[in-house]
Design a protein around this ligand. Structure first.
Ligand code: AHG
Ligand code: MN
Ligand code: MN
Length: 300
């Protein structure tokens, strides 16, 4: 059975990159254990103005410590930190972006949540997603799953606790043209283009699937196709989801699986981020549906 390390080596990944991905992947067992004692919200707000959960801060502090001690990352941007962190002890030029715990408002409901990571080779963290060296996410469901792309398609692995390996689950994942959608935001605040998009889905036999965890809602696209969207709103035209920590890494993975990501008008992977906590409206999923959405936007 193929394990994560061998897969990464077979792709020609540099040893430091293999070590970095494996290092973070191995923290998932530790993070999973921490859920039991960290079930509630903190009183603090993150840089996006959202109430943090105990697990947001726990996972953030844990991963910063592990990454900082590793000497494998020069620059780190986290959804939970106001500023970019620089590690002068780094022996590599890897720059990492992370959402330590995505979907954290669902922790108390025991729905699936996960960690999202993007890795650039040099050049800092404010780079377009098309320049990513690697991206991966983990998902805590019945299995702890890790989905990774190093620019050679998308593979998923499942944590085998007994043997302490990530075992290959699915190889060369390709997104089908499914008929399901999940949309965030308040209907009363949706922009007119988004209303047209949703009307199109409703008139064409799409069904609704939305959990409120971006990483989980995107993960199901790898099996069923369709799309996830969090549009801009009349109050927040730039949407809610973060370009660096959510849109770019997942956009890279979904694109590597043959899907696409757009803000309605342009490929999100081509956007050059201007600031760490920048947000973007987004549509992510099956290629044909995203093309239809861009058509609806351009004719509006
Ligand atoms: P996070 O838990 O990292 O703050 O992200 C929450 C995001 C995303 O995971 C999810 O799709 C979206 O916010 C849900 O927002 P709503 O609760 O507004 O639907
Ligand atoms: Mn998130
Ligand atoms: Mn988060």
């Amino acid at each position: 059975m193929l394990i994560l390390r061998r897969y990464l080596e077979s792709c020609g990944c540099e040893p430091d990159l293999v070590e970095l991905i494996r290092l973070i992947a191995r923290q998932m067992e530790t993070i999973r254990k921490a859920f039991l004692e960290n079930q509630t919200f903190e009183r603090t707000l993150n840089p996006s103005g959202e109430l943090q959960t105990q697990m947001d801060t726990w996972a953030d502090e844990h991963l910063i410590k592990v990454v900082g001690n590793s000497g494998l990352v020069r620059e780190l941007a986290s959804e939970e930190q106001p500023d970019i962190i620089r590690f002068d002890n780094s022996r590599t030029d890897y720059c990492m972006v992370m959402d330590p715990l995505d979907g954290s408002s669902l922790i108390s409901t025991n729905l699936a949540v996960g960690t999202i990571v993007g890795i650039y080779e040099g050049g800092g963290v404010l780079q377009p997603g098309s320049k990513l060296r690697a991206a991966f996410y983990t998902l805590f469901g019945p299995l702890t799953v890790l989905v990774v792309s190093v620019g050679k398609g998308v593979q998923s692995f499942a944590w085998d606790q007994e043997n302490e390996h990530y075992l290959l689950l699915r190889t060369c994942i390709s997104i089908p043209e499914g008929k399901q959608y999940g949309t965030g935001g308040l209907k009363m605040e949706w922009p007119p283009e988004h209303i047209k998009v949703i009307d199109y889905f409703d008139q064409n036999g799409f069904k609704i699937r939305y959990s409120g965890s971006f990483v989980a809602d995107c993960h199901q696209l790898l099996t069923y196709g369709g799309i996830y969207t969090y549009p801009g709103s009349t109050k927040n035209p730039e949407g809610k989801l973060r370009l660096l920590f959510e849109a770019i890494p997942l956009g890279f993975i979904i694109t590597q699986a043959g899907g696409r990501i757009t803000d309605g008008k342009r490929n999100i992977l081509e956007i050059v981020p201007e600031k760490q906590h920048q947000t973007t409206p987004l549509y992510i999923g099956s290629k044909g549906i995203i093309e239809k959405i861009e058509e609806i936007y351009s004719s509006s």
